[in-house]
Design a protein around this ligand. Sequence first.
Ligand code: DX5
Ligand code: ZN
Length: 214
Amino acid sequence: MIISPSVLSCDFGNIQRDTEMLHQSEADWLHIDVMDGVFVPNISFGFPVLEAIRKHTDKVLDVHLMIQHPDNYIQAFKKAGADILTVHYEACTHLHRTIGAIKEAGMKAGVALNPHTPVHLLEEVIADLDLVLIMSVNPGYGGQKFIPSAVEKVRKLAKLIKENNSKAIIEIDGGVNLETGKLLAEAGAQALVAGSFVFNSVDPKATISALKQL
Ligand code: DX5
Ligand code: ZN
């Protein structure tokens, strides 16, 4: 299992310390949640914070854009240090073009689906994708309750990927803990994002190791 702890739940006054902790942990990727206050009802952080994180780790930066018009910022995210750039299906009118532009900029391309968006809408682009991010909460905040229908979506997505000979990784975001993580792993999830479960635990590194075993 690929583990991608969400930096959104870290202590921003100690971002270097928390990034170094993740760097030393068994985390595979660092999940970076960018929110614009328009696509989602919250604002998180942007390029300067991403650049600061990049300085303290060479692990994969898994950037989740919860923003309108992501096309306008593809080069800027590459420059700031993103390795994987995931855009929301619901925010992209010309999704095929956006995916191409992300790859052309030298990053892996991901598409995120809100809880109400069915996986079959990805049928025409699934072969081009490096990653699909299934949202198991409505995006905007850390620490929300897991939406159980995400488990069945993982199964449907695994089928779609297989049918289309796609190499896309199935990643899940929202309300992930050891309990929900187990169900997701059984359904075919390959990468798990976890924010509050990691950072609110007594020993975040041990929590990451436990998730890694799923
Ligand atoms: C939610 C973000 C998530 C968030 C997950 O909008 O996309 O990545 O940080 O937080 P937890 O794991 O606490 O649900
Ligand atoms: Zn996220």
